[in-house]
Design a protein around this ligand. Structure first.
Ligand code: SF4
Length: 313
């Protein structure tokens, strides 16, 4: 069995809620079929906090092996670097993470807050939040850039606000096998962060022909006016739908780029920042000088049914 301890720090609990929607594998299958033994989860464990404390003591004393430590939430370091704004029985959670991580085979940051700081680290960041091994896009959060777990791995960043259910359970199932887990340059599993939200979006044809919505509620693309970050954001939201049925863009909401280390960007999430008539942030790989030429040609070539924002019968 592979032991797993889940610790919440500065968190809203969204990742814990999201993981309940996983189906392949579900969280139950993780425990019944993938050899994962849950030592503690703040919402799923029903025992008293005395057991919670005993489990931690046994891990720290070396009596109980900790294979996977999941951390959900930003690391609160205020006031003045003590971390005491987020504490348990007078002890800073920041210190609990440090101690448990020193024993863990691998540490997994569940969600963007734990990975990069996330919402709690947004300006003015009054609780001085950071991520586990990143402070925004900069390497080095609670742990230095070169920190490695007992299994010689950096913190594995399952980013998202919340993280995608299958990005969480499939990463845990893979880690339980003990096989190598390839990571990208900001330590996210390549398996779940090598595609962009734009891929699989039902509004793609509108994007290609530059038919853009001006306000929420339409069928067209949300990129040019309504702040969609789908073409810049690595995540599986439109190729592996949430709860098997939906995604933000399918529900008419722009992608906010929540798997990125600079999330949330310091701007209106529902509008597109522009320099003149050109969006500040272009789709990955698109060169700024060519963007406007392409855009005007694409609009001129749009079929009438797309201009009418209608689907084909
Ligand atoms: S709404 Fe966003 S994800 Fe969908 S096609 Fe437009 S830019 Fe891409």
């Amino acid at each position: 069995m592979v032991t797993l301890f889940w610790l919440q720090t500065g968190a809203c609990g969204g990742d814990s809620l999201a993981i309940l929607g996983a189906e392949s594998p579900s969280i139950e299958q993780l425990f019944s079929s993938h050899g994962v033994e849950l030592l503690w989860h703040p919402s799923l464990s029903h025992q008293s906090m005395r057991l919670h404390d005993e489990v931690i003591e046994r891990i720290l004393s070396g009596e109980l092996t900790l294979d996977i430590l999941c951390v959900e939430g930003s690391i609160v370091t205020a006031p003045r670097g003590t971390g005491l704004y987020d504490s348990y029985k007078g002890r800073a959670k920041m210190e609990m993470v440090r101690d448990l991580a020193a024993q863990a085979g691998v540490v997994v940051a569940m969600g963007t807050c734990a990975a990069y700081g996330g919402v709690n680290a947004a300006p003015p960041n009054p609780s001085d939040c950071v991520g586990l091994q990143f402070d925004g896009a900069q390497p080095g959060g609670l742990f230095a850039e070169g920190w490695r777990s007992r299994g010689d791995l950096p913190v594995v960043n399952v980013a998202g606000c919340p993280a995608h259910p299958h990005a969480m359970t499939q990463t845990l199932a893979w880690l339980a096998t003990g096989l190598p887990l390839p990571l990208d340059e900001i330590n996210r599993p390549v398996s779940h962060f090598n595609t962009v939200v734009h891929q699989g979006c039902t509004r793609n044809e509108y994007h290609e022909y530059d038919i853009e919505d001006l306000e929420p509620g339409g069928r067209a693309c949300l990129f040019f006016n309504l702040g969609c970050q789908g073409p810049l954001t690595h995540a599986v939201c439109n190729s592996d739908l949430w709860n098997g049925v939906s995604s933000k863009t399918r529900a008419g909401v722009p992608c906010f780029g929540c798997t990125s280390p600079d999330f949330p960007r310091d701007a209106d999430l529902f509008s597109t920042e522009k320099i003149g008539e050109v969006p500040l942030r272009l789709p990955l790989g698109v060169e700024r000088p060519r963007y406007m030429a392409y855009k005007n040609l694409a609009r001129a070539a749009a079929p009438q049914r797309v201009r009418d924002k209608k689907m084909e019968p």
